[in-house]
Design a protein around this ligand. Structure first.
Ligand code: CA
Length: 241
């Protein structure tokens, strides 16, 4: 194929791991499975790479020499949504929960077999691809988060959202039906959750609702749970007024 022909390229995987032997193993098995891995040794380097280029997935060690993997994940997902798989040490039960709460897609406990990791990488990419776009012949889904382009489509229409609102809606839609407190939403959507106020969330929810209403005036998929927070609908038949 000539080099300028657009073709589905091999998925690029950012591997953030400071232990060279582990990194080498991961790279070897990812390459042999048709992926294109690039290794970073520190969190700072990973964030730099993530800013410069688009990645299909990030494999992220929790124990890095500079920043914790969690901090790296938080900042990564603040820049751009990308599937993340954490590498955690055995027995870090709490860490796994924290990792998933942060929005990671999966985790693998060390020591792991490179085959296990590549299987997870493939599974996560499959899931991400599924949520990313539907063929033209398929029915338009009510809500679709395009993680690669950082766009949320609502009934097929791309929403123009400021970053904070993009993250807010992404958080809500990731777990339809789950009620998020304002504090949780602030934490997910804000660069500086400590500085934000709970009523900021209300204000952003209000403008999100306006953006959604502009597409479908008769539907309000964001549910208010008084005294608790907000949730995204899981039952589209109940959204009409
Ligand atoms: Ca490490």
């Amino acid at each position: 194929m000539p080099p300028d022909t657009p073709q589905p390229s091999r998925p690029r995987i950012l591997v953030v791991e400071d232990e060279p032997s582990i990194a080498d193993n991961i790279v070897y098995s990812l390459e042999s499975e048709g992926f294109m891995p690039v290794v970073c040794r520190t969190g700072a380097e990973a964030l730099e790479q993530a800013k410069r280029e688009l990645w299909s997935l990030v494999v992220l060690d929790v124990g890095l020499p500079d920043l914790s993997g969690f901090e790296v994940c938080r900042r990564l997902l603040g820049q751009r949504d990308v599937p993340v798989i954490f590498l955690t040490a055995r027995g870090q039960e709490v860490d796994r929960v924290v990792g998933l709460e942060l929005g990671a897609d999966d985790y693998v406990v060390k020591p792991f077999s490179p085959r296990e990791l590549t299987a997870r990488v493939r599974a996560v990419l499959r899931r991400a691809a599924k949520s990313e776009g539907t063929p033209a012949t398929a029915a338009i889904r009510p809500i679709e988060v395009d993680e690669v382009r950082c766009v949320i489509r609502y009934f097929g229409q791309a929403l123009q959202l400021p970053r904070y609102e993009f993250r807010l809606l992404r958080t809500l839609t990731k777990h339809p039906g789950r009620v998020f407190s304002r504090a949780q939403l602030m934490d997910q959507a804000s660069d500086e959750p400590e500085a934000a106020m709970e009523r900021t969330v209300d204000a952003h929810i209000k403008s999100l609702r306006a953006a959604l209403k502009a597409v479908k005036p008769d539907i309000d998929p964001i549910l208010t749970h008084r005294g608790m927070g907000y949730a995204f609908t899981e039952d589209w038949s109940s959204t009409a007024p």
